[in-house]
Every structure is written in C-alpha cells, then in structure tokens.
Design a protein around this ligand. Sequence first.
Ligand code: NDP
Ligand code: 2IT
Length: 448
Amino acid sequence: MQQLKNAYLARVYEAVEQRNAGESEFLQAVQEVLHSIEPVIDQHPEFIQNAIIERLVEPERLIQFQIPWTDDQGNMQVNRGFRVQHNSALGPYKGGLRFHPSVNPSVVKFLGFEQTFKNALTGLPMGGGKGGADFDPKGKSEGEVKRFCQSYMTELTRHIGQFTDVPAGDIGVGRREVGYMFGQYKRMQNEFTGVFTGKHPDNSGSLGRKEATGYGLVYIVAELFRSLKNEDLKGKTVTVSGSGNVAIYAIDKATQLGAKVVTASDSAGYVYDENGIDLAVLQQIKEVERGRLTEYAKRVPTAQYHEGSGGVWSIPCDIALPCATQNEIDGDSARALVQNGVIAVAEGSNMSTTPEGVEAFLEGNILYIPGKAANAGGVAVSGLEMSQNSLRLGWSFEEVDEKLQTIMVNIFHTVYDASKACGVPGNFVVGANVAGLLKVSQAMLWQG
Ligand code: NDP
Ligand code: 2IT
C-alpha cells in the first residue's frame, strides 16, 4: 500500500505500527481506513484536537484469559480466550466470537476495529467489539464443545451484559455454541437478558438471524445492480467461497433471486457445479452432519471437487461473494477474477481481500463492496434481536427480513453517497470508511 500523504495520518499510523508490532491483520485494517479518510481529514480539525483517530485505532479494552476444559479422555486442555471492546461511542460493544486455531490478538483487534465502522453503518445503536478463542471445534465431541463454551463463559460473563457488551457468533460459533454460552451466563448471573444474539428462535433468538448475513449480502448486491446498472440478478453467474453460515444463506438468496451459484468451498478445497449448487444437499452435509465438502461431490454427480480453496477464484463469474475468511482473495486471485470478467465483488467475510487484491479491483473498475458494508446484515439483525429481547416480543420472519432489506438498501446509498461526496464515486472502500468514521466520531465528540 502507498505511503499516507497526510502528515497527521502518517504520524498516527507510525505510532500504531510501533505499538502493535507484527500484528499484520490489525495493521492492514487500520492502514486501509487511514488511506480512505485522507480526502476528508483536512475538513475536520476537531478530529485532530480531540484525538479522534488516535482513539479509534486503540481498543478501549482488550481482555485475554485462560480457558481450561476437560476433554473426553478426562485430560485437562488449555486455550486462550479474548474479547476486544473496541469502541462504545454508539452503544454497547457488539460483535461476534470466533473459535478457530488462528485466533490471536491481531485477528480479534482487526475484527473489532472493522466492527465499529460496520455497526455504525447499520444505523442501529451498537458499538464495536469482537472476541473468540484459539479453540478448534473440528473433530470435537458435543460434550467437549459444551464444556469449552461453559469454561469460556465462566470468565467472559464478568465482562459483558446487555448494556455493556453483547457477543454473537462468527467462524466456528453458531446457534449451538451461542446457546451453551448464553445458558452459562444465565446460570452465573441469575438473570435472563438479551446478552447474546444469534440464539435459536426457541431460545429467545430472532427469526431471520441465521439467514441475515448471507441474505443481507445479496440484498446489497441486488441494490447495487438495480441502482447503478438498472439490472436484476436473474441469470447472473455467482461464485461463493466458504460453506458455513454466511455462504449457505448467500447461496440461498442469490438462487432465490434467479442467479446461478456455481461454487462453494472450505479450507481444503472447492466444488464447482455448473448446474448450480444444490442447497438442500449442502445444508444436510454442513448444518446437519457437520461434514466436509468432499461429501458434496460424492452425492451430486454434476459437481467436481478440487483441492485447494483458492482455486475458487479461477472460475469465471459475474459476481464473486467471498464468505470464508480474511485475505482469502490475494492479488493473483483478484486479477484472475478481473480478467475473467467479474462485474461485482461483495465481501461476506471480513476483510476478504488483501490490499493488492483491492487495488486490482479498483483499477479494474470492479464494483467492489468491502465487508464492513456488505456483511453488515448479520449484526443488523443482531441489533433487531436485542430490540426484541428488550421488548420481550418476537417479530415474524417477514418483519425481520423486511427491516433487513431496508437496512441494506440504506447502507448501499449511505456508502455510495459518501463516495460521491469524497470525489470518488463508486469507491465503496472510501465510502464505507468515511461514512462509518463520520457517524462514530460525532458521538465521540458529543461524549467528550
Ligand atoms: P462458519 O464457521 O459457519 O464457516 C466458515 C467457512 O469458512 C467454512 O466453510 C470454513 O471452512 C471456511 N474457512 C474458515 N477459515 C478458513 C481459512 N483459514 N481458510 C479457508 N477457509 C476457511 O463461519 P461464518 O460463515 O459465520 O463466517 C464466515 C465469514 O463471514 C467470516 O469471515 C466471518 O467473520 C464473516 N461474518 C460472519 C457473520 C455471521 O453472522 N456469522 C457476520 C458478518 C461476517 P472449514 O470448515 O474447512 O474451516
Ligand atoms: O462480523 C460480524 O459482523 C459478525 N460476526 C456478527 C456480529 C454480531 O454481533 O451479530
């Protein structure tokens, strides 16, 4: 990435680099935002006087703790847990928990930082946070997952609360894990409050939360095509990476809207199915059996399985929806997508694309919507789950879905308008970062 031209922002970045040495994901996320806000920084001397940017790049609180748990053989295991309470200007800290061996301070800090901007874009009263553990749920029994979640919450409980910090799911954390953690919180606090979102609807969760990130991703892409190209998604070829929560419901909604989704992937490889992914088979394998994608190719004769998850970006498509993990699209993958004629890329995963990849999309005039805007539907419906829990009411699926659509359409226009105001119409990276910054910074200034 190029040097920052603005001397103030360059100084801020230098300090961030020194303080967070070696934290590559966090530094990448901060650098992107600082670059994006260069067009507006000189119009806001109050940001400098009030150290708004310095405060935004430093988490308000970072909690790290030990998680001891007993495996099925009776042996004690120890993992490392985290919660980053990044920014509380707009509301209680809000953001998911990730259970994956790669979780470390850099990963949770980048996610908490991005979450602050994303949550601001939803227009709902939520600050930004993130957390997780370096626990690998793969191959663990039901009992091991439950004991791990309970031990994780034995520590986390003291740091969260419906008005303080409201976690949810992310990679490796779905309704099952959220249910166990919510149960442990309730046991320890002796209170039934909306302290977690992403709960099963039978367990005080919101209808439509499970679908929300993937559906929201497709809603924002549909609005992009409608408003900039006067087209709908019918007949478009879509590639999706991942085969977890976000990927499954992105495939579902894109297919419902008439597109053909030809891929899904996991960390080992991808499937290509020229007839379109069979959602029922994928859901059975992933949601019911918790199996691997290799199973899909065994059950669907038209599908081909390829080793290596990155290969998914070599498949020609009109729309690419990365829905697995950070930096899954590198420079080469982005250039391959551009060469193969991709029109739009929207990130279901957080920070799906490396800086080199982002540059390739922008140079290729690809309609590229970063995760902060594109995957905000999940946390938006989490916000709606918090409202329903507080009201002690449950809304219908249709009611939630309609609100989600409105929020995604609004995010698209907020971000597009901000890109125009910054003189770079259609640069949704600048649009999302500037719109998010302006919203959070106003609240910070009011709060002193
Ligand atoms: P899941 O755990 O349900 O699914 C994750 C998927 O991504 C799996 O297919 C997994 O494959 C794959 N994956 C994970 N890590 C890697 C890796 N290092 N390399 C390649 N593939 C990998 O998670 P979600 O669907 O919930 O999350 C996916 C992305 O969406 C994440 O970036 C998350 O931050 C983001 N997101 C999630 C939201 C939500 O509501 N859940 C909201 C907004 C964003 P495998 O099974 O082989 O590990
Ligand atoms: O990255 C994200 O936005 C999420 N994992 C969802 C967060 C939430 O609180 O619903």
